[in-house]
Design a protein around this ligand. Structure first.
Ligand SMILES: Cc1ncc(COP(=O)(O)O)c(C=O)c1O
Length: 397
């Protein structure tokens, strides 16, 4: 979103201009959330469908573990790679869930997956290197890369291909000299997944062309039909990024993890020691507790599934018919080209007129995103129903 003139003036008063690499784009989702919160504080009735976060708190077992730790523990720095007990718990969770053996020594606890990307990119990419990113995709990948002096190489995916990259894309990336490919399945903003042999084929193509494969598995656990596969099932060289933010309903706790090849662990440890010292201690304790909250988390997921069904029924009635039924996560990516060629203004006007906050597609796809908006359906069912009702009236006005 545009900077205010006051911000621009302040910049001019600084001793020197600051370097280009910090001039990355805003994360529009967060700007929309700021605007929606300001409207809410001003008394407008807002339905939040902009930010990708559960409306629920951390599971009871996680909060209970944190409460006990606050009362009884020092909560000092932990090892930079994370509490050994949490690394062990994550490794056994992955082994149970996917049936792949993951040793705790390969697990790195991070301050959310966001810190995991910084650590992974710094470890794998030199300045000037490029990384293949499917588009539409999570916007922060490209901004973090730019801030680190590396470059995104956008791979345009299509709705027919469930917005997933293909083996031919990997081959193109290899010819273009990319260092690797980052993919997320389920994907944000589309919720679609790499089904059938797609992930295995991509992993094999990356191996053949000696490209890094970074697999963002943050939406694993939130699938509505086929279960998502971990890239580790197909490559022990893959770098897996995951988090307690989404399935575990712990966005604000800022805790996530990486699984990396043994040969990278010490480099990542040195980076982590110097950049962050350690992930937040209380969040790590809570994360261990979260593994005892699976029943509660499955009930929350059942609510997302109901919201998904409801919106896939109701939104087409409003005129938003071009929506691909998402396989997972809690997003729907809707084509709004019937109504606008400028999704940013469309989203702003929708927020102003009917208090429904959504994210314009340009956050996820700088080129084609002007024709799309993203809905997050992780909110309460009654709010999702009300949002569809308001949108229906608004689009027919
Ligand atoms: C695909 C994807 N990856 C990573 C993140 C970052 O999440 P966190 O830093 O909370 O783990 C998000 C957040 O929305 C996301 O959608």
């Amino acid at each position: 979103m545009n900077e205010t003139p006051a911000t621009a003036r302040k910049t001019e008063e600084l001793p020197r201009p600051f370097p280009k690499r910090s001039a990355i784009d805003p994360f529009i989702v967060m700007d929309v959330m700021g605007e929606a919160n300001a409207r809410q504080a001003g008394g407008q009735d807002i339905i939040h469908m902009e930010v990708g976060q559960p409306a629920t708190p951390a599971p009871r077992a996680a909060r209970e573990a944190a409460r006990k730790a606050l009362a009884n523990e020092r909560l000092g720095y932990t090892e930079a790679l994370g509490l050994p007990s949490l690394r062990e718990r994550i490794a056994s969770y992955m082994t149970e869930r996917y049936g792949v053996a993951v040793r705790p020594e390969r697990v790195v606890v991070t301050a959310g997956s966001s810190a995991g990307f910084v650590l992974a990119f710094l470890t794998l990419l030199a300045e000037g290197d490029s990384l293949g990113l499917p588009s539409p995709g999570y916007p922060c990948y490209r901004q973090i890369l730019k801030a680190l002096g590396a470059g995104p190489l956008l791979v345009e995916t299509s709705g027919q291909g469930r917005w997933m990259p293909t083996v031919a894309d990997v081959e193109r990336l290899a010819s273009a000299g990319a260092a690797g490919l980052l993919l997320a399945s389920p994907n944000n903003p589309t919720g679609t997944m790499a089904l059938g042999p797609r992930l295995a084929d991509i992993a094999e193509a990356c191996r053949r062309h000696r490209l890094w494969l970074i697999s963002d598995e943050i939406y694993h656990g939130l699938e509505y039909d086929a279960e998502a596969e971990t890239a580790l099932a197909h490559s022990d060289q893959a770098i897996v990024v995951n988090s307690f933010s989404k399935y575990f309903s712990m966005t604000g706790w800022r805790v996530g993890w990486l699984v990396v090849p043994d040969a990278l662990v010490r480099t990542i440890e040195r980076l982590s020691q110097n950049l962050y010292i350690s992930p937040p201690a209380i969040s790590q304790v809570a994360a261990i507790g979260a593994f005892d909250g699976i029943e509660e988390l499955e009930a929350i997921k059942a609510g997302y599934a109901r919201n998904r069904t409801l919106l896939l029924e109701e939104l087409p009635r409003t005129g938003l018919s071009a929506i691909l039924p998402a396989d997972g996560a809690f997003y729907l990516y809707a084509d709004v080209s019937r109504f606008t060629a400028d999704s940013e203004t469309f989203a702003k006007t929708m927020l102003r007129d009917i208090g429904v906050a959504v994210t314009p597609g340009i956050d996820f796809d700088p080129k084609r995103g002007r024709s799309y908006i993203r809905f997050c359906y992780a909110g309460p069912e009654a709010e999702m129903r009300e949002a569809a009702r308001r949108i229906g009236g608004w689009l027919k006005r």
